[in-house]
Design a protein around this ligand. Structure first.
Ligand code: CMP
Length: 143
């Protein structure tokens, strides 16, 4: 069964949106197989966002993601990687459709509430950065 890494960013945690976000994915039919509230170190932020190292906003990105606790999660289900991206909406909330998480709750591209893996390769890499295999528990009857 496919797995993806999703993370409520510091703005979402600060705005008490963990429950709203978890509820959306649960109601969709996906299964939460691992989760933790955590403070990201600058080192982990640098690794997680390694592909953006050369971007002008990299410093801002690391400062923001380390500015307060995040809620890191692993979700499981059929096509969960691409479906979660659709449910999150476009990266820039200016372009994200109403009904999506960013479309409903975010205004700026920096503070866009949630991160989600964009491919199977990213999912494996990001899950490995944030979780040990023994922290993940599959329990769905259909998986
Ligand atoms: P995320 O899916 O976490 O992956 C990379 C992040 O970079 C993205 O969400 C945005 O929050 C952030 N990002 C993209 N473009 C910009 C920008 N121009 N300024 C600040 N942050 C950005």
């Amino acid at each position: 069964m496919e797995r993806t890494f999703l993370m409520v960013k510091p703005d979402g945690v600060q705005r008490n949106m963990i429950g709203e976000i978890v509820a959306r994915f649960e109601k969709k039919g996906f299964h939460l197989v691992g989760a933790k509230l955590m403070q990201i170190s600058p080192e982990l932020a640098g690794e997680h966002y390694g592909e953006h190292k050369e971007r002008p906003f990299f410093g801002e990105l690391v400062d923001f993601i380390t500015s307060g606790p995040v809620f890191a999660m692993v979700w499981e289900g059929e096509n969960v990687i691409s479906t979660a991206r659709l449910m999150m909406g476009a990266t820039n909330p200016k372009e994200s459709a109403p009904g999506t998480i960013r479309g409903d709750f975010a205004v700026t591209v920096g503070k866009n509430i949630i991160h989600g893996s964009d491919s199977p390769e990213s999912a494996v890499r990001e899950i490995g950065l944030f979780f040990k295999e023994e922290e993940l528990i599959s329990y769905a009857k259909d998986s």
